[in-house]
Ligand binder design. Structure first.
Ligand code: 1HE
Length: 252
């Protein structure tokens, strides 16, 4: 399958999805969003994890401003809700996504990055929410996904001042989980994707879904949901096999 502005290949159970619009710094136009939706929808069960990258020197410069500078409010509302759906489907597709972040991770680029579960930051990366400078507001989920990591206070400051966080700041603040030299991200992301792909798919599915939802619950509801999820998972044949294998290998 081919997807406009996206390069997709599958190798040994890992899908490599690359934003392929380097001449526009991988800015997300409607066609690129459509491609992301289609690519993730088209993966079959043989794809157990995804590595998400951006071609060229920058991960993603965010919303395609050229395409969006003359929209009316209803149109913008539709674009925003479409991004929400596509990023939601990526985040909750049940497959771990490992992103490699280099250069600009700006606006909608950061929103896309945060739909990934594991993020590797290369030392040349920088993070910015310049929406205030462009006279707009975040629309691809940042007020939820960025604010959950930074908190609304720091995100407000980031948006008001348009400040740039560098790679070290990004890792320190939790925008990514690993910090590596420029050019070293793909190798680590591949290794991490392989590790997550070797987990039980059901366990990955539960981790991806349950933790995020439990975060939104009261303590009592969260603990109850954890118990139910735990009971469901422990009773699966795969869980039994894996525990037996561990016990057989180490304790018997
Ligand atoms: C673009 C875009 C874009 C580059 N939309 N065309 N995002 C921004 O405000 C970020 C705007 N971009 C930049 O700040 C810079 O381009 C970068 C720091 C990312 C890279 O700088 P540089 O010097 O390597 O590239 P450049 O020369 O600025 O751009 C190269 C080309 O990409 C140029 O087009 P060209 O035809 O003149 O070659 C740029 O116009 C084009 N380009 N970024 C359209 N974003 C759902 S709500 C989300 C809201 C947001 O994402 S707001 C943040 C928008």
């Amino acid at each position: 399958m081919t997807y406009p502005h996206l390069r997709v290949r599958v190798d040994d159970g890992i899908a490599y999805v690359e934003l392929d619009r380097a001449d526009k710094r991988n800015a997300l136009c409607n066609a690129a969003i459509d491609s992301l939706e289609a690519a993730f929808r088209d993966f079959d069960d043989s794809v157990r994890a995804v590595v998400l990258t951006g071609a060229g020197e920058h991960f993603c410069a965010g919303l395609d401003l050229a395409e969006n500078s003359t929209r009316d409010p209803l149109d913008v509302l539709r674009v925003s809700q479409r991004w929400h759906k596509v990023f939601h489907d990526m985040q909750f597709g049940g497959r771990p996504i490992v992103a490699v972040l280099q250069g600009a991770v700006i606006g909608g680029g950061l929103e896309l990055a945060l739909a990934a579960h594991v993020r590797v930051i290369e030392r040349n990366a920088f993070f910015q929410l310049p929406e205030g400078k462009r006279g707009i507001f975040v629309g691809g989920g940042a007020s939820v996904r960025v604010a959950r990591i930074l908190g609304p206070d720091r995100m407000t400051e980031m948006m008001l001042t348009g400040r740039r966080y560098d790679a070290v700041d990004g890792e320190r603040l939790g925008l990514g989980h690993y910090l590596v030299d420029a050019g070293a991200g793909l190798a680590l992301a591949t290794q991490l994707a392989r590790e997550t792909a070797a987990n039980s798919p059901l366990s990955n599915w539960a981790t991806i879904h349950a933790l995020s939802r439990i975060h939104d619950m009261s303590m009592a509801d969260g603990l109850f949901t954890e118990s139910v999820t735990s009971a469901l998972m422990l009773a699966t044949p795969e869980a039994r096999d894996r525990m037996e294998r561990f016990l057989g290998g180490t304790q018997r």
